[in-house]
Design a protein around this ligand. Structure first.
Ligand code: FRU
Length: 552
């Protein structure tokens, strides 16, 4: 392998036995060997010369994730992933576009190179780039000890992978599975030429018989690649707070910095409020809000912001099932900021499809943008070699109108629009064999039309969007979420924007009045869009166009 412009090799390896090691050899510079910890994952970093040939070999160890970094243009070009050939054992650069070109990978929704990801973290714009960190397990397709993955974008559409930013503490990695936890969710706050990061460090015994410790930590960065030594800023939870005490999100109101944290107080889901003048010393104020009605274990990943003259809090309901049978919905609360509490005036569900969790927002140039984690809440993930579990929604622009949260996909996503494959109106539409199964459909209606739109079909499984007397909803068949009513809380449907992306779909209703995300694994390389309306005359227009990939 020739290093080209790269000067660092990063390998995530697990030793199997005391002899586990990774060896990197070049004719000119000789051999460097690093031990892969026996039974635990080590993050091995090798400094390499650019434009040199190296041979990588592994002994008694398993490599799960591997890339070249250290390139000068890393913020533009990202890292270069290496994959190991199963037969020869040789590591070689993988082709990015080809890697993502798979029916079970999204074409234009962000997902990691492979393996598990969850919540978006540390979203911000800094020195010309949008940064997205996210919860990641580089070692497998299931949740495990948490790292912070990192990606960067100029336009919120095309992302490039950057080196993993944060790792679980050494005591967790070296505990041989006895301790679990790691770098849990958190946020970023850019201040002049520095970015402050806040995160939860979590530690508990895997047997579940010990104390669960969650503390809030901070670190800073000036280049988004190197981070200062972490400092614990909140070590103890306030009286009455449950063991769930995590996911800091920081915002500025006036001259004061505030932090919200997800927790429960005396058995009720609560968003806790802290304040600080210097971003380092934090004082507990009181709860920003307590959820009195719903039966939830705690709030996770709360967010709080000023928006369109109101204040908006959003939080994910851990351990909750709603009246429709939907799991772990997120709820939003609109109100005013009174005595450092949110005086709630109206509220609603964040995403009616319920495969969207742990959203996080940030502000840039007057826009409030959020990204949610597309979460396989119903156990529908299909594991396959080099697959990924977890992806992100299209970045959404948030607004409040008449006390209601509106969400629309950022306009930049339209840059991916390709060939129009159907244009019509006043009639039913049947478009089949859609190559690549990545498309955008827009439907406008003269009045509230009853319809059934088939969005995907695969070996006895299907997903449809239905509007009838029971309202607008996503209906799945032949999959684990069958029977659950994914209903949008809208009175009528006048406009739909549907983003089908291979194994998932996002639906935006009436220019943002509701948004719904639903996973649907479709092993076929071709998609479909079949619209049957009760009164097709009232369908004003239908347009279906292909969407390009963000990885090309
Ligand atoms: C939400 C969550 C967070 C936590 C993280 C751990 O999905 O459970 O509360 O910080 O994921 O990965």
């Amino acid at each position: 392998m020739n290093t080209g412009k790269y000067t660092c090799l990063e390998i995530f390896a697990r030793g199997a036995g005391a002899e586990g090691r990774v060896r990197v050899v070049s004719e000119k510079y000789g051999k460097v060997e690093k031990e892969a910890g026996d039974g635990y994952y080590a993050w091995l970093k090798f400094s390499l010369e650019p434009w040199e040939d190296y041979e990588i070999s592994c002994e008694s160890c398993e490599v799960s994730f591997c890339y070249l970094s250290g390139n000068r243009d890393i913020l533009e070009a990202g890292v270069l992933f290496l994959e190991r050939d199963g037969e020869s054992g040789v590591f070689a650069a993988a082709d990015r576009a080809g890697w993502y070109d798979h029916p079970l990978r999204e074409a234009y929704h962000f997902s990691p190179w492979k393996n598990w990801s969850n919540d978006p973290n540390g979203l911000c714009w800094f020195q010309g780039y949008y940064h997205m960190f996210y919860q990641q397990n580089p070692h497998g397709q299931e949740w495990s000890d948490m790292y912070w993955g990192h990606a960067v974008s100029r336009d919120l559409v095309h992302w490039r992978h950057l080196p993993i930013a944060l790792a679980p503490g050494q005591e967790i990695l070296e505990s041989g599975g006895e301790l679990i936890g790691g770098a849990f969710s958190g946020c970023a706050a850019a201040r002049e030429d520095e970015v402050f990061f806040y995160l939860t460090r979590h530690r508990e015994a895997s047997r579940g018989d010990g104390e669960m410790v969650e503390q809030q930590w901070m670190t800073r960065s000036r280049d988004m690649l190197h981070f200062t030594e972490e400092k614990c800023v909140i070590a103890q939870k306030p009286a009455g707070a449950s063991c769930d005490f995590r996911d800091p999100k920081v915002l500025e109101i006036g001259d004061t910095w505030y932090m919200v944290l997800g927790s429960a107080l005396d058995g009720r889901g609560a968003i806790l409020l802290y304040e600080s003048e210097d971003m380092e010393n934090w004082r507990y104020v009181h709860p920003l809000l307590v959820e009195e009605k719903a039966d939830i274990r705690c709030f996770e990943c709360p967010d709080f912001m000023e928006l369109d003259g109101k204040y908006l809090a959003i939080g994910a309901f851990m351990g909750h099932q709603d009246a429709c049978g939907r799991h772990q919905m997120s709820r939003y609360y609109v109100g005013s900021w009174k005595d450092k509490r949110l005086a709630v005036e109206s509220e609603g569900w964040f995403d009616f499809g319920s495969n969207c969790y742990a959203m996080q927002s940030f502000a840039h140039q007057g826009r409030r943008i959020c990204i949610g984690w597309v979460f396989d809440l119903y156990g529908e993930h299909i594991v396959y070699e080099n697959g990924a579990c977890g992806s992100m929604t299209i970045p959404r622009e948030l607004h409040i109108k008449n006390g209601r949260l509106y969400m629309t996909p950022v306009e930049e996503i339209r840059r991916l629009e390709g060939e129009t494959i159907y244009r019509g109106g006043g009639e039913n539409a049947e478009v089949r064999h859609i190559k690549g199964n990545a498309y955008r459909a827009e439907i406008t209606c003269r009045e509230n039309v009853f319809f059934n739109i088939l969005l995907g079909e695969d070996e006895g499984k299907s997903i449809s969007l239905v509007n009838d007397r029971e309202g607008l909803r996503i209906v799945t068949k032949g999959v684990k979420s069958e029977g659950i009513c994914f209903r949008a809380d809208v009175e009528q449907v006048r406009k739909l924007e549907i983003f089908m992306d291979r194994r998932m779909v996002e639906v935006y209703v009436n220019d943002g009045e509701a948004a719904g995300t639903k996973i649907f694994y479709n092993t076929s390389k071709e998609g479909c869009f079949v619209l049957r309306a009760k009164e097709p005359d009232n369908i004003e227009g239908v347009c279906v166009g292909l969407m390009g990939s963000i990885w090309g």
